[in-house]
Design a protein around this ligand. Structure first.
Ligand SMILES: Cc1cc2nc3c(=O)[nH]c(=O)nc-3n(C[C@H](O)[C@H](O)[C@H](O)COP(=O)(O)OP(=O)(O)OC[C@H]3O[C@@H](n4cnc5c(N)ncnc54)[C@H](O)[C@@H]3O)c2cc1C
Length: 412
């Protein structure tokens, strides 16, 4: 497909989540005829919880028209590290500069989805089950037996991508050996609001270190909230696998599906690791609790023939890096940027592949180092001074950077 012109090409995007919507906006702006095939038939907006993105990326997305100017986020300036020391509020050990904005996953998806240009066809309930390439195109088949022919296909179909399997049949995700407990709920449910109010007033999100893991909590805008409106409590705890949980792949145990035995293990974890007042902002009821086994996956190329990977379909990094949505959107933004200096697919895809493959490797490596230092081999948090924390995080970064681990806080 070396000399095929980008403008006027037909592009099929498999998956209509964050990467799929952002890619569809990008490619339609380059003059492609874009069709999104999304497996879900009920929409994605009510699922999901909190995600963080860099402030600069939020600004870029608003400036570029991907997000509306009144798009709601919660701005954070720093991260407050606590440990349980027998006191009600815990011991505040370190404040780490860390500017970022937090998002409600469903609202981020809804904003991108509603900014799809009218020329983009977004087909719900369209599960792709097969891809077949030929010299002049690629045919993708849905579970309903419908065939669609495209010039190029973008696999934006997440961590169990059929497009990645097509490109890399030998690749499989690697289990990290631990899990992420997650929950989120409206903040007006809190009875003791002391910790929550301090977080909201300071703009400093929480991390609580304990032996064998840590918890994080940050506010996110509520569903339908305007800028500066209602907030939800969003928390996550990295810890070893509860004995009662059998791990058989990266799929999360959804709210409502967590067993009684796992719920009991979670309550014990809260009792043992969280200062009493802090426990309140991690305490979701059983039916709202979810568990995500932590996996990562890396491939050595994002592009082959007429198939391009984006988002989690391309690289799955551990959530520590806060990069799932960020990388997915950056993948799309780079496609758009490269399309402004290339008129044919081959050089665009070669440049995209080189850039994004390297970024995927960087993020997977960084996620592994953070997992090692903050879950697998936790430090003696309670004995650490701010200088120790600084040196410890510098060791984890190992010369790399992460947008919410900055040396100096930016103003929001
Ligand atoms: C419903 C949902 C809720 C999420 N909630 C959170 C969250 O709260 N916090 C967080 O950090 N991350 C969350 N994520 C993951 C996060 O969106 C991704 O890590 C990141 O944003 C990259 O997105 P992605 O579009 O590459 O992948 P994903 O968001 O996983 O999207 C992949 C999309 O492809 C679709 N799909 C998969 N297979 C097929 C197929 N064969 N045919 C057609 N469509 C297919 C899926 O239905 C999905 O919509 C969530 C993902 C989903 C789908």
């Amino acid at each position: 497909m070396g000399h095929e012109v980008i403008r006027g090409s037909s592009v099929g995007v498999i998956g209509g989540s964050i990467a799929g919507c952002a890619t569809a906006i990008a490619l339609s702006r380059l003059g492609c005829e874009v069709t999104v095939l999304e497996r879900s038939s009920t929409g994605l907006k009510d699922r999901g919880s909190g995600i963080a993105i860099p402030i600069a990326l939020r600004d870029d997305l608003i400036d570029a028209g991907y997000l509306p100017s009144d798009y709601a986020v919660w701005p954070a300036t720093a991260r407050r590290w606590l440990v349980a020391d027998g006191s009600t509020d815990g011991d505040h050990r370190w404040t780490q500069p860390g500017p970022m904005v937090t998002n409600n996953w469903g609202e981020l998806w809804r904003a991108l989805r509603s900014n799809l240009p009218p020329t983009v066809r977004y087909c719900e309930g369209a599960e792709v089950v097969g891809l077949e390439e030929s010299a002049d195109g690629i045919v993708i088949t849905t579970s309903a037996g419908v065939n669609h022919r495209f010039d190029v296909v973008v696999g934006a179909d997440g961590y169990r991508s059929v497009a990645r399997t097509h490109l890399h049949p030998e690749s499989s995700p690697t289990y990290a050996g631990y899990v992420l407990w997650r929950g989120n709920f409206p903040s007006d449910r809190l009875v003791d609001r002391s910790i929550w109010d301090a977080v909201v007033a300071s703009g400093e999100w929480l991390s609580v270190g304990f032996e064998g893991g840590h918890g994080v909590m940050y506010p996110i805008p509520d569903f339908g909230a305007e800028q500066g409106g209602d907030l939800r409590v969003n928390w996550a705890i990295y810890a070893s696998r509860p004995e009662a949980l059998e791990i058989d792949g990266p799929s999360s145990i959804a709210p409502g599906a967590v067993s009684d035995a796992c719920d009991a293990a979670f309550r014990t974890l809260l009792d043992e690791s969280m200062p009493p007042a802090v426990r309140e902002v991690f305490d979701s009821p059983h039916e709202e609790l979810s568990i995500q086994p932590i996996y990562d996956e890396l491939v050595d190329t994002y592009v082959r023939g007429r198939v391009v990977l984006a988002g989690d379909a391309a690289t799955l990094s551990r959530p520590h890096t806060g990069s799932g949505a960020t990388k997915a959107i950056q993948d799309a933004r780079l496609l758009e940027e490269l399309g402004r200096s290339h008129t044919t697919w081959a050089p665009l895809l070669a440049a995209y592949d080189e850039d994004r493959t390297a970024e995927g490797r960087r993020l997977v490596d960084l996620g592994r180092r953070i997992g090692r230092d903050q879950v697998e081999h936790t430090p003696p948090w309670a004995e650490m001074t701010p200088d120790d924390f600084q040196a410890w995080t510098a060791g984890t970064l190992s010369g790399d950077t992460l947008y919410f681990w900055s040396d100096e806080a930016e103003g929001e």
